[in-house]
Design a protein around this ligand. Structure first.
Ligand code: URA
Ligand code: SF4
Length: 220
């Protein structure tokens, strides 16, 4: 199991994207419509990484185009970040779900450790191709995969870490924030506003890292 045997030997992002269409590195390809590879600027300064595509992404073949993606777009705008200048991807490239009781809706199911491990070579290849200065994990799944299992998004959101220390070649700084889906799930109200503001603030932190010298301020 694992994506390794599907990686192309040469070529850039386009070669990766087309090879990932045929990936059979774990069982998730069987029930999903298609591989949802990362997309965006191939020389992006910022890479955003979520957990896995959702229902809308599985249908569209693009990451973060559903409700979470809409919220992300708005927050990026408020933080002064042009999504077109970023690269957006996920830890796992196929949608994992269960069926609702009457079978109509597909309900997101968290990828397990084996699936995260199997899919990781694609993210490593994306990082090697894009070499973003800043890597931003969206939500606990991505944060724990990238920064360690003890990482708590509720405590360490927005704190910049040294990417090399975390074995992330090609990146200077890694940080994490809440997942936009978590904000979408909170009904309208004060709590949602508070979390959304925190999310925008973390995006601003990421944006500021672009213009500061390449070493993150707080090493860990
Ligand atoms: N949630 C994610 O983690 N990724 C997407 O692409 C969409 C929703
Ligand atoms: Fe391959 Fe990742 Fe899809 Fe599994 S989830 S089949 S490893 S692309």
């Amino acid at each position: 199991m694992g994506a390794e045997s599907h990686l192309p030997e040469t070529g850039g992002l386009e070669a990766l994207r087309s090879a990932a269409r045929e990936c059979r590195g774990c069982p998730l390809y069987r029930r999903a419509n298609q591989t949802v590879f990362g997309s965006g600027d191939s020389a992006a300064w910022l890479m955003l990484v979520g957990e896995q595509p959702g229902d809308a992404e599985d249908k569209a073949g693009e990451p973060f185009v559903g409700p979470a993606g809409k919220l992300l777009d708005r927050a990026l705008g408020e933080a002064g970040i042009d999504r077109g200048g970023t690269y957006v991807t996920n830890m796992v490239k196929h949608f994992k779900y269960t069926r609702s009781e009457r079978g109509k809706r597909r309900i997101h199911e968290r990828p397990n450790r084996a699936e995260l491990t199997a899919c990781r070579p694609w993210l490593s290849a994306e990082l090697a191709a894009v070499r973003p200065r800043v890597l931003l994990a969206l939500g606990a799944t991505a944060a724990k995969s990238l920064l360690g299992r003890d990482f708590r998004v509720t405590i360490d959101a927005g704190v910049p870490f040294d990417a090399a220390y975390h074995g992330l070649a090609g990146v200077d700084t890694v940080l994490a924030t809440v997942h936009p889906s978590a904000i979408v799930r909170i009904g309208e109200g004060a709590e949602r506003t508070r979390r959304y503001r925190g999310f925008v603030a973390d995006l601003r932190t990421a944006a500021n890292l672009e213009s500061t010298p390449s070493r993150p301020r707080r090493l860990q």
